[in-house]
Write a protein that binds this ligand. Structure first.
Ligand code: 5RP
Length: 293
């Protein structure tokens, strides 16, 4: 009998048989088997940036967005203080840190949260940053190896974030393909990276699913829709977006429109229509009702 493909992206897929039931089940809670895609909401910025604009009060920011998110990426501090434990939204727990935006180096990260605590928090996955090519390359890559070892033991998938710290100009296909491939080779179950020109090369070289960050707030909503659309067209399985959603003037219409791109395959123009109608009428604008979480 052939292998079951549970997650699809354009050029590669994850073969379910390689994983144990718990690992498969947790990943399926994040990357929805119905579409093979995901809209993750990133709200972990405070772990190195403090009270980021529009995320000063995490509960206020996240509460209206929970129902529209396939997963929430946050730290245990925000989870315990600001997310209702009655919520069924899967949690991708950020477990690395130890550096701040005003410190000497953003790349000097360690694992800050134990797998034991992640289990206690019933998370769907754990996330940590790697800084390939930085002074702390070795340390962050060995952090990843250790986390994957423990994740495998407990059936918890690991999301590697190919972080660049303050060097945003590093975000090109050559660098990101290298960083994503290394993350997958060390055993990350999925990888978060940036969208870039020639993103297909990054996808091609990475045998596990990729989600893209939004990065700093773009000038217009349309720019963010274009980024999500291009990433999906080029083979990402979804987005793990933060500022371009909750720093928008209309976060709920924004995430609804992003969902339509990721799960519904709508065009950028159609997404803009979803956004405009939703923001103007506050009506439930869902082109395909089956996509609502
Ligand atoms: C930082 C992160 C953040 O979660 C990520 O960058 C946030 O998303 P966005 O860039 O869309 O605000 O992983 O390393």
């Amino acid at each position: 009998m052939g292998e079951t493909v549970i997650f699809r992206c354009r050029r590669n897929s994850v073969r379910a048989e390689r994983m144990d039931w718990g690992m498969k089940n947790r990943l399926s809670r994040i990357i929805k088997p119905e579409t093979g895609r995901t809209v993750m909401l990133a709200v972990d910025h405070g772990y190195f940036m403090g009270p980021t604009h529009k995320l000063e009060e995490p509960r206020k920011t996240t509460e209206p967005l929970l129902a529209h998110s396939d997963a929430i990426m946050c730290t245990r501090g925000v989870l315990r203080t600001s997310i209702n434990p009655g919520s069924t939204v899967p949690i991708v727990l950020r477990v690395s840190g130890g550096a701040s935006i005003i410190g000497e180096s953003l790349t000097n990260e360690a694992i800050t949260t134990s797998v034991r605590d992640a289990v206690r928090l019933n998370v769907a996955a754990m996330a940590l940053s790697i800084f390939v090519g930085s002074a702390h390359e070795h340390q962050t890559l060995t952090n990843l190896g250790k986390l994957v070892n423990e994740g495998e033991e407990h059936g918890i998938p690991v999301l590697a974030v190919t972080a660049v710290g303050k060097e945003l100009e590093k975000r090109d296909a050559r660098y990101l393909a290298l960083a994503c491939r290394i993350a997958a080779e060390i055993g990350a179950h999925f990888v978060k990276t940036y969208y870039c020109e020639d993103f297909g090369k990054v996808v091609k070289g990475c045998p596990v699913p990729l989600v893209v960050a939004g990065g700093p707030k773009l000038e217009t909503e349309l720019d963010a829709f274009q980024l999500a659309y291009d990433a999906i067209q080029d083979g990402a399985v979804g987005v793990d977006m933060g500022r371009n959603i909750w720093q928008s003037e209309h976060p709920v219409p924004m995430i609804k429109a992003i969902r339509e791109i990721v799960h519904g395959g709508v065009t950028v123009r159609e997404a803009q229509e979803v956004y405009d109608r939703s923001k103007n009428t506050k009506e439930q604008v869902i082109l395909r009702p089956s996509l609502a979480r």
